[in-house]
Design a protein around this ligand. Structure first.
Ligand code: A3P
Length: 322
């Protein structure tokens, strides 16, 4: 444990303001243990690293923002709860934003209101953007199941830029350019970044402990949603039965969680969540294009190649490739 684990309230805020800080994104980012965080998020991270008590039955959906968190939450929620919530007209996904169905460990208000994680029944389905190294060590020692989803960094960056500019616009500030965002991202300076360190931590865990850490890519879900539904169901301990295979449950889950279905729902078009007085996030902002390769509409080929080279070099020898 670290000395900051004992801090709370004003002393926690003082500790955060003593850390290195850098401007550039919609909010300044603070560097803590090798990663960059928005100040409010870092408070949540420090709180979680002290107060969050993992349970062996927990399922943790881990991502960097903009890698498909909303999609993974929808898929995992639907798969894990399918005996309780049948895939019909009354499914919670049709009336609730998938971000609200699975609470974050470190962002208490993101589920549309404060959620007391300690009061949730087991098995809990939880989400996090935290790097593995900042999760409580019991997450590993208890054998909690972790699903990590990553995405081509070029598409992640473009998605990030659009999201950031929505936040900036809400706060009345000036929009970020792709050139500025690109340079910052390539330096490893992005929310919850460096991008590559975050992926690598989970990748290495998934190699060492494939029974408890499943590593997925956005692109592989896109290319074969049904296979991923089956894999997720197996990994989460609720494999599809023969009867479910015959009745097309994999297709039905994939269809319900698809970009087309979810963007067509009113709950994903109106409303939003305020995080204190600084940030407001509209429900619709989590759905933009939902495509692979949109980076090419926003970045030059040279920029794409440069980012690919940086990523290749950072991941060299790990076995992880994009
Ligand atoms: P784009 O901005 O490229 O469209 P996160 O949920 O981690 O914030 O990631 C958001 C990204 O995932 C956005 O990418 C969003 O459009 C995409 N997304 C959200 N729901 C999706 C779905 N059901 N299927 C595919 N992509 C989805």
């Amino acid at each position: 444990s670290s000395p900051e684990d004992a801090l709370s309230g004003e002393s926690l805020k003082d500790f955060i303001s003593s850390l290195p800080s850098r401007e550039g994104w919609a909010q300044p980012l603070i560097r803590y243990k090798g990663y960059w965080f928005k100040p409010g998020i870092l408070e949540g991270v420090l709180h979680a690293s002290r107060a969050f008590a993992p349970r062996a039955a927990d399922i943790v959906l881990a991502t960097q923002p903009k890698c498909g968190t909303t999609w993974l939450k929808a898929l995992a929620f639907t798969i894990v709860n399918r005996s309780r919530h049948s895939l019909g007209a009354h499914h919670p996904l049709l009336t609730h934003h998938s971000q609200h169905l699975v609470p974050f460990i470190e962002i208490p208000g993101a589920a549309g209101g404060h959620v007391d994680l300690g009061a949730l029944p087991s098995p809990r389905l939880l989400a996090t953007h935290m790097p593995m190294s900042l999760l409580r060590p019991e997450t590993r020692s208890l054998g909690c199941r972790v699903v990590y989803l990553c995405r081509d960094p070029k598409d992640t960056l473009v998605s990030r830029l659009h999201f950031e500019n929505k936040l900036v616009a809400w706060g009345g500030g000036a929009c970020l350019s792709i050139d500025d965002a690109f340079d910052m991202f390539c330096e490893g300076f992005s929310p919850y970044g460096p991008f590559w360190d975050h992926c690598l931590e989970y990748w290495e865990e998934s190699v060492a402990r494939s029974d408890t850490v499943l590593f997925l890519k956005y692109e592989e879900i896109k290319s074969d949603q049904m296979q991923v539904v089956r894999r997720l169901a197996r990994f989460l301990g609720v494999p599809l039965t023969e009867e479910e295979e015959r009745s097309g449950v994999a297709e039905e889950v994939a269809r319900m969680c698809s970009f087309e279905t979810l963007t067509g729902l009113e709950v994903n078009q109106v409303g939003g969540v305020s995080h204190g007085n600084k940030v407001h996030v509209d429900n619709s902002v989590f759905y933009r294009k939902g495509e692979v390769g949109d980076w090419a509409n926003h970045m030059s080929r040279e920029m794409g190649e440069k980012l690919d080279r940086i990523i290749q070099q950072k991941l060299q020898g790990s076995g992880l490739v994009f």
